[in-house]
Design a protein around this ligand. Structure first.
Ligand SMILES: [Zn+2]
Ligand SMILES: [Zn+2]
Length: 156
């Protein structure tokens, strides 16, 4: 069964036609402010593998420190954030895992930006956690690295 998900009101529904390549639990201040929560859970997946079943997400562009735009795809009715395109690459999306109908099926592979993790959020003992970011070549499974390279080209 392919995973499905939706915004809060249900106007936008989608199906994933592949499993995510990698899942981030991001504790950075931007994610905290944008969600109003302790962290954001983002599944990195080819945009082509997000099949929209109903509705049409609207793009809201946010500024980032890097200067590259961060496009957030939201339901136009309830404004739930469904996925993001960091840097407007068009082919790679950061899907908000908590919008899946079964969000427990893709636990985080890594915790990032734990330097700003809220002090009362404990991480599992075996969690791979990083103060800021991590080395993709070391942490990503080989098959996911291949998918990423097919998408963006080598070393991107
Ligand atoms: Zn909605
Ligand atoms: Zn973040």
């Amino acid at each position: 069964m392919q995973p499905t998900g939706s915004c809060f009101c249900g106007a936008v529904r989608y199906r994933l036609t592949a499993a995510p390549m990698f899942v981030h639990c991001c504790h950075c201040r931007d994610c905290q402010r944008q969600t109003g929560g302790a962290f954001a859970i983002n599944a990195l997946i080819e945009t082509a593998n997000i099949k929209i079943l109903s509705g049409r997400p609207e793009i809201f562009t946010l500024k980032t420190d890097s200067g590259r735009p961060h496009d957030v795809y939201r339901c136009p009715a309830c404004l739930s954030a469904l996925w993001s395109d960091y840097g407007r690459r068009g082919v790679l999306s950061f899907l908000r895992v908590a919008t899946l109908d079964d969000p427990g099926q893709f636990p985080p592979d890594v915790h990032i930006f734990t330097r700003s993790k809220l002090p009362w959020v404990p991480l599992p003992e075996n969690a791979r956690a990083f103060d800021i970011y991590y080395d993709m070549a070391k942490e990503w499974p080989a098959e996911s690295l291949k998918r990423r390279e097919a998408l963006l080209g080598p070393g991107k």
